[in-house]
Design a protein around this ligand. Sequence first.
Ligand code: URA
Length: 201
Amino acid sequence: MQSFQQKMTRFFSSLWPAEEKVLVFGEGQHDRPAIMLIGEAPGEQETLQRRPFVGKAGKNLDGFLDVVGLKREEIYISNVVKVRPTRVSEKGRVSNRPPNREELALFTPYLYEEILLVQPRLIVTLGNVALKALAGSKAIIGSLHGSLTEASVTHEKQTAAFPLFPLYHPASIIYNRALQEVYQDDLVKLKALLDAEAEQR
Ligand code: URA
């Protein structure tokens, strides 16, 4: 994992030499964890602390962990894009924006390499960006959330398929009561899936 992170650091510092772009790496159990959770990209707090899912998104994560009955350090947590995508308003205010095509194209091969290193027993994506990075541009969260599907991941000569359970991004459902219920129902389904897997082991 360390040499993977060093490789990424070398590549991105040669790409963006003048800009201060902080890479926020994945963290947690990186040897066959029960879940690898994949978000979109770090935000402001994540960049300041250099850790994924520590800002508002970290609070959402606590709710997720409560329902599935796992501790943060028992799973592996990462993002598709490892720098914070920002836009600057006319008044100079910096805010988050979704990752653009170029960022996705640069970071997705590293995500695949990371998944093959970690070998998660289950991948859980949060939101459309992470889902599409793994299941292709035609995959849509509205139809795939809360169900078990599969992601085929290739890096260099290595290919492997991983069970994939897509969820809505908790940040995207804050203002939508109906989707919040759907999200909670999906978490209960995920817990049942993990329990069934544990029984088989
Ligand atoms: N923080 C992250 O690390 N990832 C997200 O997708 C959102 C917030």
